[in-house]
Design a protein around this ligand. Structure first.
Ligand SMILES: [Zn+2]
Length: 83
């Protein structure tokens, strides 16, 4: 099975998003997620669509630019520019 890219969140800070690869069906929405592409420890996966990775909205969310770069080197397309 081909791994897919999911947006994961750190357990210590809300809305601090990274990316990680996970096999379909092995997402960890309630904790126990593996590390992000950049090596950062993750708390859990989210169901946020990849297409909004990098979007800023009313909440003080942050997105890891290192994860975006690493995902792109693996052929994934992240549409939003991550600041
Ligand atoms: Zn990261």
């Amino acid at each position: 099975m081909k791994p897919k890219l999911v947006i994961a969140e750190t357990s210590y800070s809300n809305w601090n998003y990274h990316l990680r690869l996970v096999l379909p069906g092995e997402e960890k929405y309630s904790g126990g997620a593996g590390p992000a592409l950049c090596g950062q420890a993750m708390g859990w996966d989210t169901k946020i669509p990849l297409s909004v990775y990098g979007n800023k909205d009313h909440i003080p969310s942050s997105y890891c630019s290192k994860c975006k770069e690493l995902a792109e080197t693996q052929g994934f397309v992240i549409a939003v520019k991550v600041l």
